[in-house]
Design a protein around this ligand. Structure first.
Ligand code: CP3
Length: 345
C-alpha cells in the first residue's frame, strides 16, 4: 500500500509529501455527476456500491494519496431521530429541529452497527475496491458543528437559534453536545472496526464562535471524543475551520494531525504548535481557479514554508469547489508530488 499519508500523520519518514483534498469525491468530477444524475444524494450515501464507486474516483482520476469515504456529516443527526432532506441546490434541511429541552431529551445515541450500518458497508466495499492502493479515511462532524445544523434546522449564517441556546441555556446546550460526543465516538469506533485507516473530525463551524465559546463548547467535546476513542494506532485528524486562535490547545488534546484553513501561514502554525502533531493543509481552495502555473507556485510556497522533514499532509484549507476544472485539481496533486521530494532527502 501507498502509506505515505499514514506515515506523515504519524510524523514518520516519507519520500515525498502526501496529498488529498477535502470534498474530493464530488461535483467537480464529471464521473461523480454521472452517478449523481441517476440517484439523489442520500440514496448514494446509503447504497454501498455507489458510495464506494465515487469514493474511488479521485484516486483513479486525480491521483490522491488517500480516499475519504463518500457520506455526509449529517447522517448522525438523522440516525438520532431527525428527519433529513437534502434540498437540491439549497443544502440540508431538518424538518424537526432541536429547540427545546424535550427535543434534546428525545434524541437517542445511535447504535452505529444498526442505524448507520450502511456507512460500515460502504467502508467495507470501498476497502475491497481500493485493494490496498491507498488508505481510507472515515469521518464525522464535531459535536458543535452537528448541533449547529440540528438546532438551526439548516445551514446558517448567524446561527441564531444555536447561539441563543448556547447563551441562554448553556446547560441544555452542553447536554446536547455530550450526547453528540458519545454518538460520534461510537460512530468513529465503528468506522475504524469496518476498516477506516484514519478518521477526521470536521468542525466546519468552529470559527463562528468566540475563542472562549470555541474552547468550552467545541474543543471540549472534540477532546472528549479523542481521549475516549478506542483505536489501534489509526491517526485522528481534527480540523476546526477558523480556529487559528486555539491551535496550541487543539494540538494538546491527543489528536495526531491538526487541520489548517488557508488563513494562517503554515510556518506560523508550525512555530506555535511545534512538532508534537502533524499539520494538514492549507492551500486556499480558490487558488484552484487559477492557472496550473499559479497553482504550482502556491504549492511550492507552502512546501517551502513547512520546510524539511515529515509531518505535513498536503490538502486544501477547506473543500474543493464544485466548479473547479478537473485539470487544475490534477495540476495541484502533480505539483505536490513533483516539488516535495527535495524536502525529504
Ligand atoms: O470529502 C469527501 O469527498 C467525502 C464526502 C463528504 C461530503 N460531505 C459529500 C457531500 C464529506 C466529508 C462531507 C462533509 C460535510 N457535509 C461537511 C463538513 C466538511 C465541509 O465541507 O465543511 C458539512 C458542513 C456537510 C454538510 C453538507 N452536505 C452541506 C452544507 C451540503 C450542501 C452544500 C453543498 O456542498 O452542496 C452537503 C451536501 C454534500 N455533501 C454534497 C457532497 C458531494 C453535494 C451533494 C450533491 O451531490 O448534490
Amino acid at each position: 500500500m501507498n502509506d505515505l499519508f499514514l506515515r506523515a500523520c504519524k510524523r514518520q519518514k516519507v519520500e515525498r509529501t502526501p496529498v488529498w483534498m477535502m470534498r474530493q469525491a464530488g461535483r467537480y468530477l464529471p464521473e461523480y455527476r454521472a452517478v449523481r444524475a441517476k440517484s439523489d444524494f442520500l440514496t448514494m450515501c446509503k447504497t454501498p456500491e455507489l458510495a464506494a464507486e465515487v469514493t474511488v474516483q479521485p484516486v483513479d482520476i486525480i491521483g490522491v494519496d488517500a480516499a475519504i469515504i463518500f457520506s455526509d456529516i449529517l447522517v448522525i443527526p438523522e440516525a438520532m431521530g431527525l428527519h433529513l432532506e437534502m434540498v437540491e441546490s439549497k443544502g440540508p434541511k431538518f424538518h424537526n429541529p432541536v429547540r427545546t429541552r424535550e427535543d434534546v431529551h428525545s434524541l437517542k445515541i445511535p447504535d452505529p452497527e444498526k442505524s448507520l450500518r450502511y456507512v460500515m458497508q460502504a467502508l467495507e466495499t470501498t476497502k475491497h475496491a481500493l485493494a490496498g492502493r491507498v488508505p481510507l479515511i472515515g469521518f464525522s462532524g464535531s459535536p458543535w458543528t452537528l448541533s449547529a445544523y440540528m438546532i438551526e434546522g439548516s445551514g446558517g449564517k448567524e446561527w441564531k437559534y444555536a447561539k441563543r441556546m448556547m447563551l441562554d441555556e448553556p446547560e441544555l446546550m452542553k447536554e446536547l453536545l455530550g450526547t453528540l460526543a458519545e454518538s460520534v465516538r461510537l460512530y468513529l469506533e465503528a468506522q475504524l472496526a469496518a476498516g477506516a485507516d484514519a478518521v477526521q473530525i470536521f468542525d466546519t463551524w468552529g470559527g463562528v464562535l468566540t475563542p472562549d465559546q470555541y474552547k468550552r463548547f467545541s474543543l471540549e467535546y472534540i477532546h472528549q471524543i479523542v481521549s475516549k476513542l478506542h483505536r489501534n494506532g489509526q491517526p485522528v485528524i481534527v480540523f476546526s475551520k477558523g480556529a487559528n486562535h486555539s491551535l496550541k490547545e487543539i494540538a494538546d488534546i491527543g489528536a495526531d494531525v491538526v487541520g489548517l484553513d488557508w488563513t494562517i501561514d503554515i510556518a506560523d502554525a508550525k512555530s506555535v504548535i511545534g512538532d508534537k502533531v502533524a499539520l494538514q493543509g492549507n492551500l486556499d481552495p480558490s487558488a484552484l481557479y487559477s492557472s496550473p502555473e499559479s497553482i504550482r507556485r502556491e504549492v511550492k510556497s507552502i512546501l517551502q514554508k513547512y520546510g524539511k522533514g515529515t509531518g505535513h499532509v498536503f490538502n486544501l484549507g477547506h473543500g474543493i469547489f464544485p466548479d473547479v476544472p478537473v485539470e487544475h485539481a490534477q495540476a495541484f496533486v502533480r505539483a505536490v508530488k513533483e516539488e516535495s521530494p527535495q524536502y525529504h532527502s
